[in-house]
Design a protein around this ligand. Structure first.
Ligand code: ATP
Ligand code: MG
Length: 373
């Protein structure tokens, strides 16, 4: 291992257990939920997809957040790409070998061989196209498909979300022999709300799982590399555990913290966090996040960082003392919705709305020391 950035934790057992769960319940997807930046996509990419491949399934990945405006098209596009890959091997040689010979020149004359009988074109309606693509792809690949839909909660934000869920549900059920599915999302609440307005509780459709965060294995690797870089110095596992919890179990962030502590050559993780939060680059980044917000939204952000229930009476009083105009419940609700859409706050499980990045919350608190009570 050469740098902190090379540190990786692989979770083959977790992947195997997920695949076993999927196998045991044909037609029922797994939906794994966890807060942002804890490693969901990384797991799909590095653990689940390889495990699916070695289990003779064809993994297909689609990010619904990237194509928020047309999620079903995004899924279809991913399936079409996979179909291309199966039909046309990626290497140039494969491509040439598969290029059909259409015309043969013979002694100055040309002979038209004509097209091979073409398959019927895929339906254009995205719902039917999804169904047709699933059948065609699994037949071409000769194996079942594992459809991995990342950021599934973004369906909660599109007008057609309920209809898309209904389509997915119907196709996953009908094609259960050849189609398996895994969803990941950062907001169980967004999904649950959408499904309940569609008249069906989420758990009837998918098996909900809390995606486990990384543990000591990751922290130990950080500590080992630190000891290698700084002979004679060591980071205590207990300190690392405490700080990892403090940053919301986000491995990328934790790695950055340990890198900055390492650059300074100190071993006091808590002091390292304090300095990291006030580092110019961090502050500039957070400033950029807040830049598009109006004064009222910024004030709402601060009361959420203080851990106040955002709709409570006291919160409204507190907001009245902050910039941004007279607070009302409706205004607070609208501001929270905008903050949620901007990815700054989230609400996981039964917990209250919170700032998504715990270090950003610490920064907001430092910036706006609570008024004397
Ligand atoms: N198993 C792992 N080993 C090492 N680093 C990891 C691991 N999992 C995640 N990370 C680090 O954490 C970062 C965030 O992971 P990832 O993008 O998978 O999170 P996510 O939960 O999908 O986030 P989001 O909700 O924003 O999509 C990665 O860029 C990577 O650096
Ligand atoms: Mg992700």
């Amino acid at each position: 291992m050469k740098t902190f950035d090379d540190i990786q934790v692989r979770r083959p057992e977790l992947a195997a257990s997920y695949l076993a769960l999927i196998k045991a319940q044909p037609g029922r997807p797994l939906a794994m939920f966890a807060p942002r930046r804890v490693g969901k996509t990384y797991f799909l990419d590095h653990d689940l997809a390889p495990a699916a491949k070695s289990g003779k399934w064809l993994p297909v990945y689609a990010d619904l957040w990237l194509q928020k405006a047309a999620p079903l098209n995004a899924i279809n596009h991913a399936l079409e790409e996979a179909l291309d890959d199966v039909a046309v091997p990626a290497s140039d040689i494969g491509r040439l070998a598969k290029t059909p010979v259409k015309r043969l020149g013979a002694m100055g004359a040309t002979l038209d061989l004509g097209e091979a009988p073409a398959r019927r074109p895929l339906p254009t309606a995205p719902e039917l196209r999804l169904d047709a693509l699933v059948v065609r792809l699994s037949a071409a690949a000769g194996k079942p498909i594992l459809l991995m839909l990342d950021e599934i909660q973004s369906l909660g934000d599109v007008a057609q979300g309920e209809k898309i869920i209904a389509t997915l549900r119907a196709v996953i059920h009908k094609r259960r022999d050849v189609l398996k599915a895994v969803f990941t999302g950062s907001s169980q609440e967004a999904m649950a709300r959408m499904l309940s307005t569609a008249g069906a509780p989420m758990y009837q459709f998918a098996q909900l799982l809390d995606f486990p965060v990384l543990g000591d294995e990751f922290l130990q690797k950080l500590a080992d590399h630190f000891a290698q870089v700084h002979p004679g110095k060591r980071l205590e596992l207990d300190d690392l555990r405490r700080v990892f919890a403090r940053v919301g179990f986000k491995p990328g962030l934790m790695r950055d913290l340990v890198k900055s502590v390492s650059a300074e050559g100190i071993t006091d993780m808590d002091a390292g966090v304090k300095r990291f939060v006030l580092d110019d680059r961090q502050v500039a980044g957070w400033g950029a996040l807040m830049q598009p917000l109006d004064l009222f939204e910024r004030s709402v952000l601060v009361v959420i960082a203080r851990g106040r229930p955002p709709m409570g009476r006291e919160t409204l009083d507190e907001l009245a003392g902050l910039p941004g105009g007279r607070p009302t419940v409706a205004k607070v609700r609208a501001a929270i919705e905008r903050l949620r859409r901007a990815g700054l706050v989230s609400k996981a499980g039964g917990r209250p709305t919170a700032i998504d990045d715990p270090l950003f919350a610490e920064y907001l608190l430092a910036l706006n020391a609570a008024p004397a009570q």
